[in-house]
Design a protein around this ligand. Structure first.
Ligand SMILES: [Ca+2]
Length: 487
């Protein structure tokens, strides 16, 4: 299922997709792109899924999943096929997306924490540039549950309609607007999210905007609408070669899943059946894809295509039995590799870029597409030149991912995972030769030099990004001692 690594930049026709509807501008030009309307800054429409790994799209070489709208989006823009979540869990990803900082720098490596006080956000960057900023959907910063997000937790977005975190797609579909008013929907959560996003787009049209749309799909429990479930009813989904048969059931925290699992109606649906889980997961992704299609049609209807950069990604992936694991928060590719498509009206079409991109790059890139001043303290890079046929010297750039008990670096074809806090090397993989991570090279003497080089890079990064938290802990300790001395 996994596509072999392609040349640094190539085009979707090489993936066997139909060429009839696609335009192929030469590399290094932006020909084929619609001209920007004079005097109008570009809007940014940022769409992201929850728990969708990079391999669940037709344009990534998966011939068993139906994602015609995402494939079309890729054919109209750039597919970044080597993109990583720098902290593969909900809240840490969101904090990085909105601050441009690593989880160790924000202090957010677990769920439901609020954004760090006083830290400028992506919305602040756009507000300062006279953009309208609007957010729709799942938030999950500062709390969890089916509840309103109070203004002080909204990261500076001027418009807001969403909820903290609620993993039920069919029941209790509630969104809360700027005033905290509850809007109840008798439809699938994904359809409701899209309807709200379209309504917000209609309000935003005519002014430069940043609109972020945060979908709950395809996070478990897997509850596609019947018509999407039916599409995969008789499908045989090929398991990844590193997959082991596991019980895929994971209880939800919000709403709290009934215990024991046997009492959970979701368990009754797919408990202990990985094949059924995969079919339902694909159905969830296809439903999300159909909604992306609806949103793109609305963008066209409103005449916004030529002035709007569309970015699609996800917060992290889903293990689905690979390496005998389920869920996420692990360094494996199925957990850390995320989809990434950018349709840039000033960019090339049908381009595939295999440069390493990290979720810490999204803030600089969004700001870059809007032509706004960069956030000085943000990590990552503005990768916008890559969608416009430009060059960035990032072939050797290491990218990082982390949770509190591990961290990893990927540079070129190699990936090293270390344990935390010891930073002892745990796994080393050659992802070009071994894309499924089945041949651990960490103890292989032939790769000692590669391991040691990556180890040094990772230790340097870890020391730098944890310094701020270290300083905070030190200050807290000093304050505590002072108070103790004064008492
Ligand atoms: Ca998530």
């Amino acid at each position: 299922m996994d596509r072999a690594i392609v040349a640094r930049r190539t085009f979707l026709r090489d993936l066997g997709l139909g060429t009839a509807a696609l335009a192929w501008p030469p590399i290094g030009t932006a020909s084929g792109a619609a001209p920007r309307k004079a005097g109008k800054p570009l809007n940014v429409l940022f769409l992201f899924a929850d728990q969708m790994h990079a391999f669940a799209m037709g344009c990534m070489g998966n011939s068993e999943i139906r994602t015609p709208n995402l494939d079309r989006l890729a054919s109209e823009g750039t597919l970044f096929c080597n993109t990583y979540s720098c902290a593969p869990v909900c809240t840490p990803f969101r904090a990085t997306l909105l601050t441009g900082l690593y989880g160790s720098q924000t202090g957010i490596l677990t769920n439901a924490k609020p954004l760090p006080a006083g830290e400028p956000t992506l919305a602040d960057c756009f507000n300062a540039g006279d953009y309208r900023t609007s957010y729709v959907g799942k938030w999950h910063l500062g709390d969890t549950g089916n509840k309103a997000v109070p203004p002080e937790l909204r990261g500076g977005f001027q418009e807001f309609i969403g909820y903290q975190c609620y993993n039920d797609f069919l029941e209790n579909v509630c969104f809360y607007d700027e005033e905290g008013r509850e809007h109840i929907f008798k439809q699938h959560r994904t359809e409701a999210t899209t309807d709200l996003a379209i309504a917000r787009l209609e309000r935003l049209a005519g002014k430069p905007f940043l609109l972020m749309v945060s979908y709950q799909n395809p996070h478990y429990p897997l509850q596609p609408s019947p018509e999407f479930e039916a599409m995969y009813r008789d499908a045989r989904i090929t398991r990844r070669p590193n997959c082991r048969d596991i019980d895929p059931y994971t209880p939800t925290a919000s709403p709290p899943a009934p215990k024991p699992p046997a009492k959970d109606p979701i368990f009754q649906k797919y408990g202990n059946n990985l094949d059924l889980y995969l079919r339902l997961y694909y159905a969830m992704v296809t439903q999300l894809d159909a909604n992306i299609g609806r949103l793109m049609a609305a963008l066209d209807r409103l005449g916004l295509r030529e002035n709007t950069v569309v970015i699609f990604t996800s917060d992290h992936g889903d293990m689905q039995g690979s390496h005998g694991a389920k869920n996420k928060s692990l360094p494996w590719e199925e957990s850390t590799r995320i989809p990434c498509i950018v349709r840039d009206p000033l960019g090339a079409r049908g381009q595939v870029c295999d440069q390493l991109i990290s979720s810490v790059d999204f803030l600089p890139a969004c700001v870059g597409y809007a032509g706004l001043p960069p956030k000085r303290t943000a990590e990552g890079i503005d990768f916008s030149p890559l969608t416009r046929g430009g060059q960035l010297s990032i072939a050797d750039r290491p990218i990082f991912s982390e949770m509190s008990d591990w961290c990893m670096v990927r540079q070129g074809r190699y990936k090293l995972v270390c344990e935390r806090p010891s930073l002892a090397p745990k796994n080393l993989f050659d992802l070009e030769a071994d894309p499924y991570e089945m041949n651990d090279l960490v103890a292989d003497p032939q790769y000692a030099a590669v391991r040691d080089k990556l180890h040094e890079i990772l230790r340097g990064w870890d020391s730098r990004v944890t310094a701020r938290q270290g300083a905070k802990s030190e200050n807290k300790e000093k304050t505590r001692k002072k108070k103790q001395a004064a008492a």
